[in-house]
Ligand binder design. Sequence first.
Ligand SMILES: [Zn+2]
Length: 256
Amino acid sequence: MSPLAIHMFPCLADNYGYLLHDRDTGVTAAVDTPDAEEILAQLAAQGWRLTHILNTHHHADHAGGNLELKRRTGCTIVGPRADAARIPGIDVAVGEGEVIALGPHRATVFDTPGHTRGHIVYYFAEAAAAFVGDTLFAMGCGRLFEGSPGEMWSSLQKILRWPDDTRLYCAHEYTQSNARFALTVEPGNQALRKRAEEVAQLRAEGRPTIPSTLGAERATNPFLRPTSNDLQATIGLSGAAPVAVFAKTRALKDAF
Ligand SMILES: [Zn+2]
């Protein structure tokens, strides 16, 4: 079995597009469809034919290219059962614990409500890769448009069960501004300070900061660190429950 090829490219203002490809079978999936024309151009450049779309959620910068790509390629659209009515052209609805096959490669679906009520993520355990949409960002997390802090914290805890070496492919390049916020709520975190400098260097060179790894997020992402003494003290919630610390951190970020 050949390894799952992952091709990433920037599109729209700050999105990343992803194409997944199995060389042996030719199966090729787009994770979300921010820009149909750009995805078609990237497919042509790779010499790949689109067979699947894996949607994480219904927002236009994630599912807006679905119908055009389906019309042009006849691909199968996979998306969240909890939001099937809002996923254009959906063929296969999936939810918590179900497995999607791309040739020999398997992704487990996790329901991660919070950013939207139907958000899902795709976890390729064998490839140590996960496509987390707008649930988790490098040093950040998605805004809570349709969910409570408690729902989002439960969703993030599912991700926290994966191994540290899991590569996290999030949908936006928000890392540098996330780092600026993270430093305000956890100023004593040395790993965070070091990473913020590395990110500034990468962006100065015009390079992506994605994928991240779960290990790096565990060490530097304030939304995954509600038990940090430094974070709790800085936001005035020493000894508080993790969900309360998460909620306040999210509220502070919204106002940042
Ligand atoms: Zn979104």
